[in-house]
Design a protein around this ligand. Structure first.
Ligand SMILES: C[S@@+](CC[C@H](N)C(=O)[O-])C[C@H]1O[C@@H](n2cnc3c(N)ncnc32)[C@H](O)[C@@H]1O
Length: 421
């Protein structure tokens, strides 16, 4: 079932500026508009998003003339959001600089400077040699261009990477083993220039629109410390990571390697993975999670929920010993709800009384153990002092695995959980 007035994250593939970088966002700008309308939030109001990702909430708020604060822990994703939010660019200068970058990159290529390039293995595997040379030339030209509009061109080139790669580049993971799976070879120069044109069109469209002036702040910070960044909000709207073993640090690996930000798993762990809330087994360090395993925060909010979760965690611990993959779903689940309990308590601190905290999230069934995340978060919120919660199922998920006999048969769902302060 799809509730169309809320749209899906796929709307972001078509909407101006939202489409600058493909990132499964949990929801689209339509949900932000619908919820702001439902709760009467207009100019003068403030919407906070503790997991702002690539900035859907902030951008939608800006288009409505509503103030916003967005928090994102992943530095690269935060940078994308900031660049999108600062879309106001001089169109003549954009056109002029796009021309200069194009000229400069062709010169670099013909002078053979790309021969000096040194790429990490993953980048090598994702592109054919010809495109890799073009990408090196483009990267150098964009960085040489400097100036105020550099981020605009960096985002254009970042988006062009997925357009150009010959690897299986579906989200979330790049699969270099599926190299050359794509039949159509796209030229990096053309894709970059197509992206620049498309983004400039979006800028023109946004500049022509009239929304009341509003203030927007993005923080490269931690949702678990929301009250450090915002004092009072009229609505919190967010899509946290789901409890589904999705590693957000890994998903932008190609892009961050391309820009030379990181060059190894350890590097990404130190600079990204360790800063994110728990949502994937790749984040688990069993030896360091002795306190978390008992879920003391969850226990302080709701004893019954805590008991149910402890049963699930124990079952997962047992299943772990029986399965060959030995995945730490037990610690992942315990860490997830401890972190979410902290976010819920922070949300209570910053929301005005009577205002909504709205979360779009999915449940999951690791090793076939169903964890009804929506109901659990709702109940924890009431335990933390919110007055009520409701759950609206917007989609059922997991059908693509229907033919897989190894996979559990538990129907999963995506829900909107609304808790009122
Ligand atoms: C479902 S996505 C949100 C997408 C967002 N709605 C958008 O428009 O792109 C969840 C986001 O939470 C971020 N995240 C994970 N842990 C975090 C934390 N502790 N603080 C802030 N952000 C975090 C992830 O990096 C990811 O971008």
């Amino acid at each position: 079932m799809t509730v169309s007035k809320y749209g899906t994250f796929k709307d972001s593939l078509n909407a101006p500026v939202h489409r600058w970088f493909t990132y499964p966002a949990g929801y689209s700008h339509k949900l932000v508009e619908a919820k702001a309308g439902e709760y009467g939030i207009g100019p003068g109001g403030l919407i906070a998003d503790p997991f702002v990702g690539t900035g859907t909430t902030s951008l939608a708020a800006k288009q409505m003339g509503v103030d916003s604060v967005g928090v994102e822990a992943h530095p690269f994703v935060y940078w994308v959001a900031q660049t999108k939010l600062d879309y106001e660019n001089d169109l003549d200068l954009l056109e002029k600089e796009a021309g200069l970058i194009s000229e400069h990159s062709h010169d670099i290529l013909s002078e053979g400077c790309h021969m000096d390039a040194h790429w990490p293995d993953l980048v090598h595997k994702c592109f054919d040699e010809e495109n890799l040379d073009r990408l090196y030339a483009l990267r150098t030209a964009v960085l040489d261009n400097g100036g105020e509009r550099q981020d605009f061109f960096k985002v254009a080139l970042t988006a062009a990477l997925r357009d150009t790669t010959s690897a299986g580049a579906g989200w979330p993971y790049i699969a270099p083993s599926k190299f050359a799976e794509r039949k159509i070879r796209r030229n990096a120069f053309h894709e970059f220039s197509r992206r620049c044109d498309l983004m400039a069109q979006d800028v023109a469209q946004m500049l022509a629109a009239t929304a009341p002036a509003s203030e927007h702040r993005l923080v490269n910070g931690d949702a678990r410390r929301l009250s450090d960044y915002v004092e009072k909000a009229d609505m919190i709207l967010t899509s946290p990571p789901y409890l589904n073993n999705y590693d957000y640090a890994d998903r932008t690996r190609m892009e961050t390697y391309f820009w030379g930000l990181y060059d190894s798993w350890a590097d990404i762990t130190a600079n990204v993975r360790d800063k994110l809330m728990m949502a994937a087994t790749t984040q688990v360090r069993r030896g360091e999670m002795v306190d978390t395993a008992g879920m003391p925060l969850v226990a302080s909010l709701d004893a019954v929920v805590h008991g149910d979760l402890q049963d699930a965690v124990e079952r997962l611990e047992e299943l772990r010993t029986q399965k060959s993959g030995k995945k730490s779903y037990d610690m992942m689940a315990a860490g997830y709800f401890e972190d979410m309990a902290q976010v819920v308590m922070q949300a209570r601190e910053v929301l005005k009384v009577g205002c909504p905290f709205i979360l779009v999230l999915g449940d999951s069934a690791p090793y076939g153990v169903h964890v009804p995340t929506d109901e659990i978060i709702g109940r924890l919120a009431v335990g933390a002092g919110f007055s009520s919660y409701s759950v609206e199922v917007i989609r059922t998920r997991g059908d693509k695995w229907a033919g897989n006999s190894q996979r559990h048969k538990i129907p999963l769902r995506e829900s909107i959980v609304t808790v009122i302060r």
